[in-house]
Design a protein around this ligand. Structure first.
Ligand SMILES: [Zn+2]
Length: 169
């Protein structure tokens, strides 16, 4: 498996009008990036690059699961992903044109496929990911309860929040 930086490509060197790249992203891929959001994973990624008149139309598909940290027991948990994202990439000097969907590359700049795959996967992570009720690591939960023996943590449970708002109405 290529590392994130090895996945950069030079769009101008693509010879075909449509080029498809396939990658199997694994633990080493995510762990090779300096970040704390995604701890590992097993994701099949397909990147389709179409040349259009003055730009490149890029579709990034990802399917599989990533490992993230449960905010209740702090152990890893699997998050399934099945996403399709879209970008338009063009060459130019006016980076103020850039948006979430439009990437402007300088003359000799490569297109960082690996970074975009990582970023799009990271965007799917919920604000406060937790294991389903009862699936947290029991040892970790016992330790955490020992150090913070208050009821505060209960409010993290989204169902509890929902119940509270029902009562308050
Ligand atoms: Zn957990």
């Amino acid at each position: 498996m290529a590392s994130v930086n090895e996945m950069a490509i030079s769009l101008r060197l693509l010879e075909e009008n449509v080029t498809v790249f396939s990658y199997q992203l694994d633990d080493a891929f995510y762990q090779g990036i300096d970040q704390q959001e995604i701890k590992g994973g097993k994701v099949s990624a397909t990147v389709t690059i179409k040349k259009v008149v003055d730009a490149y139309d890029v579709t990034l598909q990802q399917q599989g699961e990533i490992q993230i940290v449960c905010q209740r027991c702090l152990e890893n948990m699997a998050l399934p992903i099945d996403i399709v994202d879209h970008l338009v990439v063009k060459y130019g000097t006016d980076t103020t044109e850039e948006t979430d969907e439009l990437v402007v590359l300088r003359d000799n700049e490569t297109f960082q496929i690996g970074w975009f795959l990582f970023e799009f996967a990271a965007l799917t992570i919920p604000i406060c990911p937790v294991h389903p009720e009862g699936e947290c690591d029991p040892e970790m939960m016992a330790k955490l309860n020992e150090y913070a023996p208050n009821a505060e943590k209960e409010s993290i449970d989204p169902r509890w929040e929902q119940l509270k708002s029902l009562i308050n109405n």
